[in-house]
Design a protein around this ligand. Structure first.
Ligand code: HEM
Length: 150
């Protein structure tokens, strides 16, 4: 009895501490919606709103750091740098599973109900076109060249 009671007390005090200060992990989900205005988002939104800009696999992979991270979900590329610290599942898992990659499979596995297109609408970069390397290409690209007839 005693150990349980003291564990409960401990848990209670931890909880109080967590609620009294900043959340230990991520802020509550709705905090994202009332975040301060972000110049980066404004710039991305202005450039990307109607964007049919195609992002190659190589370009996606080049945005894989904590300070500059893109991910592809359902064929759309988003800048997730600002979202890391707001992600309800934690920043670290988002970084590891998504930065610089196509994260559609893990995203759908974790939370297919999350409306990423809406949550990250100001961070939409363009369309993911892994097969169309426009910058020299890797082995599995479509091999189009400047001289080929379109
Ligand atoms: C960039 C796109 C993503 C967005 C906008 C997003 C958003 C969210 C949201 C809104 C929740 C809370 C869901 C709920 O409570 O119903 C959540 C939870 C979570 N997310 Fe993500 N997420 C993203 C990507 C990912 C990825 C790539 C992973 C990789 C594993 C992931 C793992 C998780 C986990 C583990 C949770 C906690 C689930 C739980 O507590 O039951 N998320 N995410």
């Amino acid at each position: 009895m005693l150990p349980i009671a003291s564990t409960a007390t401990q848990m209670g005090s931890n909880k109080t501490r967590i609620f009294a200060r900043q959340p230990a992990k991520a802020p509550p989900p709705l905090a994202w919606l009332s975040r301060p205005r972000d110049p980066r988002a404004t710039a991305i939104a202005a450039a990307g709103q109607q964007s049919s800009r195609r992002v190659s696999k190589r370009e996606l992979e080049s945005h894989g750091s904590a300070t500059d991270a893109w991910t592809a979900i359902h064929g759309v590329v988003y800048d997730i740098t600002a979202y890391f610290r707001f992600h309800p599942g934690g920043a670290e898992i988002l970084f590891i599973e998504a930065a610089g990659k196509d994260s559609t499979a893990v995203f759908d596995e974790m939370h297919p109900w999350v409306n990423v297109a809406w949550l990250l609408k100001d961070y939409r970069i363009g369309l993911y076109a892994p097969e169309s390397e426009d910058d020299g290409g890797d082995d599995d690209d479509d091999d189009r060249t400047m001289t080929s007839p379109e």
